[in-house]
Structure formats: C-alpha cells, structure tokens
Design a protein around this ligand. Structure first.
Ligand SMILES: [Zn+2]
Length: 195
C-alpha cells in the first residue's frame, strides 16, 4: 500500500485517501505538477479557513486552526499558510482579476528531435502511468509530460503509438522489458565518473 505524508498534519495517509491540493488554482494556470498531498481532513480545513478569512469571522481563523492542530505547530503554520494563499486567490477571483488561462495560448515551439529522442519519448510515454517511474523521474517527469502533450498535439502519427503504449501500460502496469533496459542504460549513464 502506498502511503503519503499529509503536508499539513504530517499524518501518514494511504494514497487512495490522499487529496491533491492546488496551491495555484487550476483556473489560474495551476497544474497537477504543483499539487500538495493532503489528508481529506486538512484539505477541508484549508478551504474552510480560507472562506473564514474572507468573512466577518476572519479574526477567529487563527485561533480555530490552533485549537484544531493543538501542539502540532508545524501543522498550524502549514494550514494557515495554505489557507492564506487560497484566500488571496479567492479575492482575486471575486474582484475579477483572475483571468482564466487558455492552455493553447502557449508560444509556438518548433523542435526537430533526433530519432533517438523520438524513441525515448515513446518509451517514456509508455511508462507515464507507472507511479514508480513517475516518482523516480521527478522533475524530468514534468518535462516528459509537457513533451508528450506537445508531441501528441504536433505529430498525429505518433499519437496512435503513444496512446497504444499507454493502453498497454493500463492493462499491464509492469514496464516493458525494452523500457526497463532503456532506464537501466539511463541510470548507468547518470552515474558520476569513478576516480
Ligand atoms: Zn492532514
């Protein structure tokens, strides 16, 4: 069972119960890459406190959080910080300053990639749904997701191949042998030179 740590109360939370909080709302261009894992209780608390901060009971918000998290001072700080940010976003939205972001307003990017890069993108696309691979790739995973989206948009011929490999991953989450070999080569290549 995969367990994540709630970013507010620090309670170990089974991944299936955990919720992803968007510190930058999706309406403001926040993506799934920048989310914070929270237990359901803390997630609800953050949004309740954010609403409270906007109303006549704003001055009671901090005491409410301190009462709930008691001796968990890190929890108090984290909850107040995230709730404060959420409240500021709510204010921007209310005052009409939050402009929806159009995903396809992005600048045009033309790239020519070597065949090896194309092959790597296909292999990575195949493992995009494998949580273990995502965890290992970290930031590179974010770049990969952007690249895959770009490639899928720009090269319809690759779209089918990527979709087919993703369906294959859904059916069989175990990475393919070719992918494992590619990842093994990659980790060897990343090792610092021996002295
Ligand atoms: Zn929590």
């Amino acid at each position: 069972m995969n367990v994540v740590k709630c970013a507010v109360c620090a309670r170990p939370t089974p991944e299936v119960f955990a919720q992803e909080h968007h510190p930058v709302p999706q309406a403001a261009g926040g993506t799934d890459m920048g989310t914070v894992p929270l237990c359901a209780s803390c997630h609800a608390n953050i949004h309740s406190i954010a609403t409270m901060l906007q109303g006549p009971r704003a001055s009671m918000a901090e005491d409410t959080v301190r009462t709930f998290y008691a001796n968990n001072t890190a929890g108090v700080q984290a909850c107040l910080k995230l709730a404060g940010e959420a409240a500021r976003w709510m204010t921007l939205k209310k005052t009409g300053q939050l402009k929806p972001v159009q995903a396809h307003e992005d600048v045009e990017l033309i790239v020519t990639v070597p065949a090896a890069v194309k092959r790597a993108l296909i292999l990575l696309g195949r493992d995009a749904r494998d949580p273990a691979t995502q965890k290992r790739l970290g930031l590179a995973g974010a770049v990969r997701a952007i690249l895959i989206r770009y490639v899928v948009d720009k090269f319809p011929a690759l779209k089918q191949e990527i979709q087919a490999s993703q369906q294959q991953v859904q059916k069989n989450p175990e990475p393919s042998r070719a992918t494992k070999q590619a990842l093994a080569r990659e980790s060897v290549a990343r090792k610092p030179p021996q002295r």
